[in-house]
Ligand binder design. Sequence first.
Ligand SMILES: *[C@@H]1O[C@H](CO)[C@@H](O)[C@H](O)[C@H]1NC(C)=O
Ligand SMILES: *[C@@H]1O[C@H](CO)[C@@H](O)[C@H](O)[C@H]1NC(C)=O
Ligand SMILES: *[C@@H]1O[C@H](CO)[C@@H](O)[C@H](O)[C@H]1NC(C)=O
Ligand SMILES: *[C@@H]1O[C@H](CO)[C@@H](O)[C@H](O)[C@H]1NC(C)=O
Ligand SMILES: *[C@@H]1O[C@H](CO)[C@@H](O)[C@H](O)[C@H]1NC(C)=O
Length: 638
Amino acid sequence: MRLLLSFVLLSLGLLASADPALSAYRVHERRGHTPTGWSYNRKHDSSAVIPLRFALKQNNIDSIGDYLMEVSHPESTEYGKHWSAGDVFKKFSPSAETIGAVRAWLEESGFDSSRAKLTRNRGWIEVQVTVEEAERLLQTEYHVYGHETGQEHVACDSYHLPEHVQPHIDFVTPTVHFDTKVFKRSGSDPAEGVGRAIGQPGSGAHPKTTGEIQTLLNELENCDEQITPICLRALYGLVYEPLAASKNSFGIVEYTPQAYLQSDLDMFHSYFNDSLVGVAPYMVSIDGGYAQTEYTGFDYNGESDLDLEYGMNLVTAKQQVTLYQAGDMVEGASFNNFLDAIDGTYCTYDGGDDPTQDGVYPDPYGGGYEGPEDCGTATPANVISTSYAYNEADLTPFYTARQCSEYAKLGLMGVTVLYSSGDYGVAGNGGECLTANGTYSLNGTIFNPSFPGTCPYITSVGATQVNPNSTVLEPEGACEQVIYSGGGFSNYFAMPEYQKTAVEYYLTNYYPQYPADIWNSTGMSRGFPDIAANGANYVVAIDGEFELVYGTSCSSPVSGAILTMVNDARLAVGKSPIGFINPTIYSSSFAGVFNDITMGGNQGCGTAGYTAVPGWDPVTGLGTPNFPKLVASWLLLP
Ligand SMILES: *[C@@H]1O[C@H](CO)[C@@H](O)[C@H](O)[C@H]1NC(C)=O
Ligand SMILES: *[C@@H]1O[C@H](CO)[C@@H](O)[C@H](O)[C@H]1NC(C)=O
Ligand SMILES: *[C@@H]1O[C@H](CO)[C@@H](O)[C@H](O)[C@H]1NC(C)=O
Ligand SMILES: *[C@@H]1O[C@H](CO)[C@@H](O)[C@H](O)[C@H]1NC(C)=O
Ligand SMILES: *[C@@H]1O[C@H](CO)[C@@H](O)[C@H](O)[C@H]1NC(C)=O
């Protein structure tokens, strides 16, 4: 019976792919609104030529979570047996069936194989078409939109694919995607546009400062007023000298024009650990990235100085820190550009990228980096910390799903990927919340989760504080000074198996009393953050003075440094790096190794947000690291 059924289904499938008329067109992607700053200009010229690109569905990609669990779950016999880059490529490269199905459909639609080109990494099929052809092929209409700066962008509101082709295509560009960069060129201030797109990493997601410190207090009694390395070491029990530094690596990602100043690092280290004075991070330039010194001040140096000063101090002078400096001053870079550089199989069409989302190299407009896009040219570090984030709603579900799978691939290869969870509580970057029609507004009332925080294959890091008038010996609370820890529930990603017990416990015992239409109350979606670390009152040397800094931007590199020291302890005894940590840290064998945070909340969108409670919560996750317990528990694993 089953054989017969599959035979019938197979025949139907063959029939359907042989005759596109039998396969109905379905909406593949749809955009709800025109983003702020843009307005409709005109219908696009039907004879204009556009490069249509089809992102092919990767083979076995629906099982990537299972493969990742095999090497990351502490009870798995394969724990720690990470894959090589070659294994990853072989497993997920789009199948011959997928490539054939898309080619066949294009051919039936009048685009013969000489026009439809498969990229070298087999990830994409590209075909140059007129707007008229694209409109027929995708059953859509192309429009030209104008930005208030005068820049134009080509997009459609939705597009369709035949049902039998849909399973083989992730998405098509250019279509509904609207995260185009807004360029301001020639002599303008980079803060106002160059290298920054709507929702580009960094927009509205910088750490905050309350300004210059009058009297520096480097004493354990004052950690409620000023955080310095001794406070963090005391809070998290981090007393450790690396033993296996040459085998280990810790990477911090920065996006130009954000850059560090060596003089700031030296100023910081001369106060907090002499042995680091004069030490520079090992810089890996991606797409022309460099530590620019043309623009300085908190907005340009705050993030990089913070990340490197604390990252370097906590792993000590013995462990080199890798700085991935991504993007030039003109095109900038996105998370995708960074991922292209550390995994060549992720690159889009031969060396290029998706120009509606990502920096394009060589810079097509001149004035920027003239070299080729970095594609598989950089080595991923064992732990990679990034303190930038989008709003999940900035991006389409397909785009986020593709990027999220890439993080799973890094996990398969043994990389721990950390992202700060955002600084606006349940609101998105800049404090904006969603409205019923999907736009953002400061008056919006719908919670606005961050991405990649909601990707189930990264570790999202929230922020805590030493409560006012408390010491490092007392429990921390959720950060409620200047910033609020990003957290909540995804609208795109389902709840991963590894966090079910923890999140269901939270939802059963502390169900948030908000109307179901302002948060994802389905109980089925990914909750974040996963962990937290202090994010208030950091003493950071910036542009020649000590400033007080706040943000999950502090929490991510600090957590990264602590996990790097855990890796050191494992590498020193011949074990693998910890890789993707979520299945481990949520498992029963790790119960109690994080300091549970049970005070404070993450207000936003005109509400008090969620509340930190016993167990996991969407404010501080499982809690803050306890280094001695983490090392002991991780050394027990194979
Ligand atoms: C500075 O770093 C060195 C090398 O890791 C360490 O032995 C020393 O204790 C540190 N000094 C301070 C003041 O933290
Ligand atoms: C969306 O809703 C907001 C407030 O509810 C309104 O101000 C805005 O004009 C709407 N935008 C669109 C494109 O409908
Ligand atoms: C938000 O609400 C205030 C007061 O109701 C109003 O003045 C303001 O224009 C609104 N802002 C936006 C962006 O809708
Ligand atoms: C902390 O102590 C100071 C001085 O005793 C007091 O003025 C302040 O109100 C206290 N703050 C809190 C939050 O208890
Ligand atoms: C809630 O999350 C689930 C899974 O992530 C998703 O399928 C659903 O569409 C979301 N609901 C809303 C209202 O966005």
